[in-house]
Design a protein around this ligand. Structure first.
Ligand code: SF4
Length: 399
């Protein structure tokens, strides 16, 4: 099968949701590009898009994308579709009416139902599973970054330089902002208050875990307010990697090394996406923040110069111990539990690396591919109440 470019794991755009905001935005753009002389468009949202679309600003973003065309948005909460993030575009042109189903598969990527490959980019990596990539890199004496460059080209460095810049800008904005996040939950932005509190308490300004958590809060709060962020691998989980980056900077890792580490994180993300899912609506939060946690662990281990086996083991530990994590955003807003969860899983990524360093790697019983397979199967078996529908869990208890 092979793998598509790791670029699709890191997409810059407006939050708060890659599947519910970015996906529908890109789908609307795709429709506008494909059909000429459009007179009107009717968009019907199904499944999770219909159930939590309001909180995720799905209607707002479709309105924005289709602003020059008369259009109507329908939230169909009853009709079942095979994929939970399906939308139908009924396009009326000068001569004819067309109907096209588009699926938002997570992380901002979209595919059409009729032609799954029509929108998705081509596979550029020859391998599909981490075990194959590992074997290849070890036998050819390549680092994971060398492997990425061999298939994406040298310019991938500049791509990730831009990614780091956008992440840093989101962190800077998030750390200064005060007030309330949009929506009816009345959640206060906390990153700045946390920073001030850290200064005033015995923790002190150099507390590592708190600095990591604050960076994750700052970016996740930017995402929740519709600010510009980078998916990693999704909007809801966009705060995890910036937390890990804060940690690397506190450990005096250079930006050049962090940029390469982001590319390595992308490799782990695309393996998860193509062998399982990075969509909360499809597989729960284990597929979003669980995958982000394993990407963060891989990045940290790589930046610390760890050998390939240790990098994979760190990522495996992070993913294995995120298994079963449900998605239950309160009222459909990517705020509770998403923001705090980004911080907790950034810290968890660091601890996964520490464990991987000290656990002997001659007695590994669970591979990264095993964890991915388990995550996917667990996600498919998970009750739909816990898959971005806001019908269960915290969403139900504290409503
Ligand atoms: S709970 Fe997790 S998967 Fe669900 S919206 Fe929040 S971050 Fe995304």
């Amino acid at each position: 099968m092979g793998l598509r470019s790791i670029k699709e794991i890191f997409i810059t755009g407006h939050g708060p949701s890659s599947s519910h905001t970015m996906g529908p935005y890109f789908a609307s753009q795709y429709i506008l590009k494909k059909y000429k002389d459009v007179k009107s468009i009717e968009v019907t949202l199904y499944g999770s898009l219909a159930l939590t679309g309001k909180g995720h600003l799905t209607d707002f973003i479709i309105d924005k994308a289709l602003k020059d065309v008369p259009h109507k948005i329908i939230f169909n909460k009853k009709t079942k579709t095979k994929h939970p993030n399906t939308m139908t575009f009924k396009v009326t042109t000068k001569d004819k009416t067309f109907s096209e189903n588009v699926i938002s598969i997570g992380g901002g990527s979209i595919v059409t139902v009729d032609n799954i490959n029509e929108i998705a980019s081509k596979n550029i990596y020859p391998h599909t599973h981490m075990s194959e990539i590992m074997k290849y890199c070890i036998s050819h004496d390549l680092s994971f970054y060398d492997y990425v460059v061999a298939h994406e080209g040298k310019e991938i460095f500049n791509y990730f330089k831009d990614v780091l810049k956008v992440m840093d800008e989101a962190y800077d904005r998030g750390l200064k902002a005060e007030g309330y996040l949009p929506g009816k939950l009345h959640v206060k932005r906390k990153a700045k208050a946390m920073y001030d509190a850290m200064e005033e308490t015995t923790l002190g300004l150099n507390d590592v875990a708190m600095n990591v958590a604050i960076a994750s809060f700052a970016v996740a709060e930017e995402n929740a307010s519709g600010g510009i962020i980078v998916t990693a691998p999704t909007c809801g989980s966009a705060g995890v990697l910036p937390g890990c980056i804060k940690y690397l900077r506190m450990k005096h890792v250079t930006d050049d090394n962090i940029i390469k580490g982001l590319a390595v994180a992308g490799l782990f993300g695309i393996v998860c996406k193509m062998n399982a899912s990075v969509s909360g609506a499809e597989c729960g939060c284990q597929a979003e923040i669980g995958v982000a946690c394993s990407m963060g662990a891989a990045m940290i281990a790589f930046c610390f110069g760890k050998q390939i086996e240790d990098i994979v083991q760190a990522a495996e530990i992070a993913l294995e111990h995120s298994l079963g994590l449900t998605c239950d955003p309160v009222e459909g807003y990517v705020q509770i539990p998403c923001i705090e969860r980004c911080a907790i899983y950034a810290i968890k990524a660091i601890n996964a690396v520490k464990l991987a360093i000290v656990i002997p790697n001659d007695d590994i019983h669970v591979s990264y591919d095993d964890s991915i397979k388990t995550m996917y199967q667990t996600g498919l078996d998970m009750n739909k109440k816990y898959k971005e529908t806001s019908l269960g869990g915290l969403a139900e208890i504290i409503k």
